[in-house]
Design a binder for this molecule. Sequence first.
Ligand SMILES: [Zn+2]
Ligand SMILES: [Zn+2]
Ligand SMILES: [Zn+2]
Length: 132
Amino acid sequence: MNKRKREDEVSHIDSQRKVEDDGCVCNIPPCHLNPILFKDYLAYESHITTNHTFICQQCHRRFPSNSILTLHIDENHNPFLKIKQERGDKVFRCIESECSKVCRTPKTRRLHMIEKHNYPKEFRFDVINRGL
Ligand SMILES: [Zn+2]
Ligand SMILES: [Zn+2]
Ligand SMILES: [Zn+2]
């Protein structure tokens, strides 16, 4: 009886660890605040396709969220925004659409995203220009 119980515990721990080793974690914003662990790669992939695939019609790059796609189109394909930027206006909007912060450089926006919205430091902010 005792021995059997121990075996069960061991296999439980083992299977838990296996899930973690084999799993994929999605921490692409907006999932970064509450990272989701996927047991198998297919589930992970279909999550990415349904939740993080927004395509730019002009350059056909993929983006992880609608707000990042919107910023991408503005900052890469909008000639008026370029003129504004050359004039020295602030044009780099916050990635979170409900936030009204606009920054002068992508660098200050990066700091804003990390400090105010808990974006991971390792987040590749150039995803806005280059896509996934
Ligand atoms: Zn996700
Ligand atoms: Zn584009
Ligand atoms: Zn913000």
